[in-house]
Unconditional design. Structure first.
Length: 395
């Protein structure tokens, strides 16, 4: 049974997180079908992210993943998310009903992504970095999946995308509920931890792991969000090029799933913190050199940079989650992971909105170097942690 646990969690994570960006793949068609205004595009995109942030906040304050069976929480969240995700296919929707369905879908994802990591940490106390590498890799593939679907635009009806992702999300939830019981390392919390936000941050190792994760999140989703625009801008600059933007976007994001798994294995040899810091540093360098590659590099070299960036930008994600899980109080592990997810995803909205505003003032390529602030601060936080660990070993 133990050999099948991780593959089941990984498969379920991919299935369930596919609803996250399902709307983005067919947003233009959905807005046109319901005769909505241009403002609906941004509102519907933000609704699911805001729902996730609100969901993680509620889950953290009520300590849901620690007080109740994580497998059951995952299953129920997945089934509700699947039902809400398919709502846009029903005739007669308005902007208000679409916003509600996307918000609730995002809210339920708070019971899927961080809870999935909680389930994995309850099973794999040793080799957690490798296990979470597979898990976050599944999330990355789920993120990229809508771009792959969009590359078949004109072949698949837009409603089918919602039906398909809802179907596999329900399947993922049922797989966890039926075949993945609570892990042997689980410690159940007995009551809501209303002070959990301050309690988990009292530990210095936890704070530093969390700050490293926040630096990573400042860059990650903004990079993913603007990849299609970046490829399109480069294609327009090179008048003779005709690039398949959705397919390339899928590849650049999806290759990060492989990198997550690779990072997990590397962490077993070189240490979780060291590999996370190395990936974060390389990702920050990519932010800084992008303008040079955009302006001077030929197409193969420019795309090589984007694919490499797509790997290192997310390789550290499961490793920082590992550090967070290992440094948290075992009875608050699920809550701690949820809190860090909540704050990290809140930071992504600030980053995306800031860069969106700056895009109105300057060209796209001159905005990307600002993303390097996140990796820089994250590396500083993890380096401080390493120095403290060395001093502790000496003493």
């Amino acid at each position: 049974m133990s050999r099948t646990i991780l593959p089941l969690i990984v498969l379920a994570q991919f299935c369930c997180t596919s609803v996250w960006f399902a709307g983005n793949a067919v947003m233009t068609d959905m807005v046109a079908a319901y005769s909505l205004g241009p403002v609906a595009l941004g509102s519907l995109t933000s609704a699911i992210q805001f729902g996730f942030i609100c969901g993680t906040l509620v889950f953290a304050i009520l300590a849901i993943a620690d007080r109740f069976s994580p497998s059951r929480v995952f299953m129920v969240s997945a089934l509700v998310a699947a039902g809400m995700n398919v709502c846009p296919t029903v005739e007669g929707n308005t902007l208000a009903t679409l916003l509600v369905s996307r918000f609730v879908t995002g809210f339920c994802l708070a019971g899927i992504y961080p809870v999935g990591m909680k389930i994995a940490s309850d099973y794999f106390d040793k080799g957690l970095g490798r296990s979470l590498g597979y898990l976050v890799g599944a999330l990355v593939l789920g993120t990229a999946f809508p771009h792959l679907l969009r590359s078949f635009e004109g072949v698949l009806p837009w409603r089918f995308v919602f039906v398909l992702t809802s179907g596999i999300a329900a399947l993922g939830g049922l797989l966890i509920g039926a075949f993945v019981p609570d892990g042997p390392h689980r410690r159940s919390g007995q009551r809501p931890e209303l002070m959990a936000f301050t309690q988990v941050f009292q530990k210095q190792d936890f704070r530093r792991a969390a700050f490293g994760y926040f630096g990573h999140m400042w860059e990650l989703y903004t990079f993913w969000a603007f990849v299609p625009l970046l490829i399109k801008a480069y294609s327009l600059r090179q008048a003779s090029l005709s690039l398949n933007v959705p397919l390339l976007s899928f590849g650049i994001i999806a290759v990060g799933g492989v990198a997550c798994v690779l990072g997990g294995y590397l962490s077993e040899r070189f240490g979780v913190r060291s590999v996370a810091r190395c990936a974060l540093s390389l990702s920050g360098i990519c932010c800084l050199v992008l303008p040079v590659f955009f302006l001077l590099a030929p197409m193969p070299l420019f795309l090589a940079l984007l694919f490499f960036w797509g790997m290192v930008v997310v390789m550290d994600s499961p490793l920082f989650s590992t550090l967070v899980a290992q440094s948290a109080d075992p009875a608050l592990k699920g809550t701690a992971l949820t809190i860090v997810n909540c704050l990290g995803f809140g930071l992504t909205i600030v980053s995306i909105q800031l860069l969106s505003y700056l895009l109105e003032q300057v060209d796209l390529i001159w905005v990307y170097p600002l993303l390097a602030m996140g990796p820089l601060l994250g590396v500083m936080a993890t380096s401080s942690a390493s120095n403290c660990l060395r001093k502790a070993n000496v003493n």
